[in-house]
Ligand binder design. Sequence first.
Ligand code: FAD
Ligand code: SF4
Length: 469
Amino acid sequence: MAKMKRDRHPMPLLDAAVRVNRFDEVALGYTLEMAIEEAQRCLKCKNPTCEIGCPVQSPVKDFVALLAEGKVAESVKRLREVNRLPAICGRVCPQEEQCESKCVMGVKFEPVAIGRLERFVADWERQHGFGELEPVASRGVKVAVVGAGPAGLTCAGDLAALGYQVTVFEALHAAGGVLMYGIPEFRLPKEIVETDVRRLEEMGVEFRYNVLVGRTVTIDDLMEKDGYSAVFIGTGAGLPKFMGIPGENYSGVYSANEFLTRINLLRAYKFPEYDTPLKVGKRVAVIGAGNTAMDSVRTALRVGAEQAMIVYRRTEHEMTARREEFEHAEEEGVQFNFLTNPVEILANEDGWVTGLKCVKMELGEPDESGRRKPVTVKGSEFVMPVDTVIMALGTTPNPILLRTTPGLQSNKWGCVVADPETGATTRPGVFAGGDAVTGAATVILAMGAGQKAARAIHEYLEKQAAVHA
Ligand code: FAD
Ligand code: SF4
C-alpha cells in the first residue's frame, strides 16, 4: 500500500508580481491528480467530525471518498445534494475554522484540504457539464425570497426542489449579494456565481431585479395582494459603519461597500467603457482588518494605487481576516500599520483628502469580546500622507424592511429577530436568515440559515394546507 502523505497538497497560486496588476483569480486550483492524492489522505472516519464543523452539514466523508476513487461526477453529485454553492464555498469559506478545524487528520498532521477538494469537484462539474435535473412536481404554492445573497439563493433552491414556485426579489441588477458586489473577481470569479444562479433558474426559480422590497413593493403587498404564502428575508447587512471622526465627508473617502461595488459590480475600473467612474489615488489607506478590508486594499493595488495600506488599531493576532488573505496581501506588497488608530481625515481647500491623522495604540486589558483593548499612547499623534481613505469597519442591516413591515421585530443592532433553528420571525409566514439576522457573518452561515428556513417554510405551509383542507 502506498505511504500516506502527511502534509496537504499546496494550492498552486498565480505569481504575486503578475497578479497584482490584474483581477485574475489568485488561487489556480488543484489538478485531477493533486485532488485525488489529497482526497486519499482522508481516513474515512467512522465519526466524521469534519461534517459537524460545517454549518450546512456537507457530506464531506462521502464526497471525498468518491473523489479518492476518481469518481468525480458521483462526488460532486453527492456534495450538491446538500450544498447548492460548492464552487463558492470551496473558495471563500473559512474552512480552517470549520470543517478542517475538526478534521481528525489535523490532530497529528495537516487536515485534509476539504475546501480545495470541494472547489475542485465543483469546477470539474462546471467544465464537464451539469447532470440533468430531476423533474419536480409543482405544488402550485408561491413563496417570495427577498434578497439574492447566499441565504436567499440557498432558501430559493431548497424550496424549488420541494416543488414551490419561488420568486426572488433583488434590489440590484444582479443576483449573488456580497458574492457579486463585495468579494472581488481575484478571489471569486463572477462567472461562478452566475452559473449557480442559472442553475437555480433551470430549477424554475424566477428572479426579479431592481426591486427594493420595502419601497417598490412591501411584504404586505407580496402576501396580501400577490398571493405569496410565505416570505423569506435574506437582505444581508449592507449598511456601512463609519468611525465618526472629523473629515469623513471629504472627497476621496469611501465606504468599503461603495468602493467594492463600484469595481466588482459596476466595473468602474473599465470607465468609460462602463458608465461608473472611480477616482483612486496613489496612496490608499484602508481602515480595518477583516475580509472586507483585505479585499479593499488588494483591489486598490489592482486599480493603480502605488501604496496601499491597512490601518488597524489592534495587532496581527486580533485581525478577523482569513490568514490566507492576509498572507496573499503581504505577498502583493500591502503595508500593515498595526496599533494605529485614525483620529481625523485631512483635506486640501478643494475638499480632497491629503492625509490621515493617527495615534499609536498599545494593548490593555481584554474587553467584552475577549480581545485586549487598544489604548492610546499619549503624545503619539502623527500624519500619514494619503489621498484615498476606505472605511472597512463592518456593516449593519438596512432598516427599510423593518420600517415597512408591521409585526416584524428588530433587536438593538437593527437585525431582524428570528428563531435560530427555523428563521421564523415575529410575523407569521415571514422567515429570515443570514446577515439580516446575525449581522455581518459568513457565506456558509447565511447558507445554513437559508437551508433551515426552507425546511421550516415547508413545514409551515404543510400545516397551513392541513388547516385549510
Ligand atoms: P448578502 O450577501 O448581503 O445579500 C443580500 C442581498 O439582498 C443583496 O443582494 C442585496 O442587494 C439584497 N437586498 C437588500 N435589501 C433588499 C431589499 N429591501 N429588497 C430586495 N433586495 C434587497 N464571508 C465568507 O464566508 N468568506 C469570505 O471570504 C467573505 N468575504 C467577504 C468580503 C466582503 C467584501 C464582504 C462585504 C463580506 C464578506 N464575507 C465573507 C461575508 C459574507 O459575504 C456575508 O456574510 C454573506 O454574503 C451574507 O449573505 P446574505 O445572503 O445574508 O446577504
Ligand atoms: Fe476525512 Fe478528516 Fe472528515 Fe475524517 S474528519 S472523514 S479524515 S475529512
